[in-house]
Write a protein that binds this ligand. Structure first.
Ligand SMILES: Nc1nc2c(ncn2[C@@H]2O[C@H](COP(=O)(O)OP(=O)(O)O)[C@@H](O)[C@H]2O)c(=O)[nH]1
Ligand SMILES: [Mg+2]
Length: 282
């Protein structure tokens, strides 16, 4: 049963029986990864609200709208003063970092920007090959090494050598509870800022819409290593609702840069409240 239908049923049930409390509503919202605080708040407010759709639209708009930003516009504005714009892509394993790099590079190239890519997920040959495939498809220069080595030294070489408008840096997927891997990431930031004290100019976390658990903890932990500029929500083309970003937005006020809607380079869009809500209630 859809999220919306479940909500409706729960509300009807509460109203029909004059039951006090709204545990059923809360459970549905928790299931959708809204988090405890927001689930409580929404179920309390929804309980006395006639039109669920309007209420949800207004509620989600008030939380999400102030955080929606236009990726291309940020790049356009930044390019006035900054070149290259150095972008780090971070996140856990399999969230969609590498694919999203291809999408962003494709988008920027289509707008006439030159883009280089640094394959700093150096430990897996397959990861480097995957990025090389995308770089060739999009028509980008790629900085890569044949042998596994310190990603910080690759990021150093890439920043020193690039002559493009934008340099996008791929990183290995990591769980924030792995101190070695988080230390390695810190080193990459340090090295980048040694060459350009303002780098990286964007630090983008990729959030997999199919994963709800621990996502907010991951965002917090990555943000502690280096402040996050914004998030991109991937895999919104499937059954996933992406409810976790409502919680992230509500609690951490992380900017929302866009949405991944498939596995090919054109599958990137700006975030739309209407589409998000539609996905949620369908
Ligand atoms: N359906 C769908 N799949 C995606 C999307 N983004 C990434 N993927 C897939 O998710 C898997 C992991 O993506 P990848 O970019 O390698 O993740 P990484 O480990 O974070 O670099 C791959 O099979 C991608 O094709 C998306 O927006 N929609
Ligand atoms: Mg990858």
């Amino acid at each position: 049963m859809s999220f919306f239908k479940k909500l409706k049923n729960a509300i009807q049930k509460i109203r029909g029986t004059n039951e006090v409390g709204s545990t059923a509503l809360e459970d549905i919202l928790l299931e959708a990864d809204f988090g405890v605080d927001l689930a409580e708040q929404i179920s309390r407010e929804l309980d006395g609200n006639a039109d669920i759709n309007t209420y949800l639209h207004n509620k989600l708009s008030s939380i999400l709208s102030p955080l929606i930003v236009d990726f291309e516009l940020i790049i356009e504005k930044s390019l006035i003063n900054t070149k290259p714009i150095i972008i780090f892509m971070i996140g856990v394993n399999g969230c969609g970092k590498t694919t999203t790099i291809a999408k962003l590079a494709h988008l920027l190239k289509a707008r006439g920007k030159s883009v280089d890519i640094a394959a700093c997920d150096t430990f897996r040959v397959a990861a480097v090959d995957q990025l090389s495939f995308w770089a060739e498809k999009v028509g980008c220069r790629i900085f890569r090494t044949e042998n596994a080595r310190d990603p910080a030294s690759l990021v150093f070489d890439a920043i020193k050598s690039t002559e493009s408008d934008v340099l996008i840096v791929d990183t290995a997927g990591r769980l924030p509870n792995n101190p070695n891997l988080m230390g390695e990431l810190s080193k990459m930031y340090r090295v980048a800022s040694k060459i350009d004290s303002t780098a990286p100019h964007m630090n983008i976390i990729i959030i997999d819409a199919t994963i709800g658990q621990n996502v907010i903890e991951h965002v917090k932990a990555f943000n502690d290593v280096h402040p996050i500029t914004g998030l991109i929500l991937t895999k919104m083309d499937g059954n996933a609702k992406g409810g976790s970003i409502v919680r992230i937005a509500n609690e951490l006020h992380t900017k929302i840069l866009g949405v991944g809607t498939g596995e090919s380079i054109a599958d990137f869009q700006g975030f739309s409240i209407d589409s998000f809500l539609k996905g949620l209630v369908e």
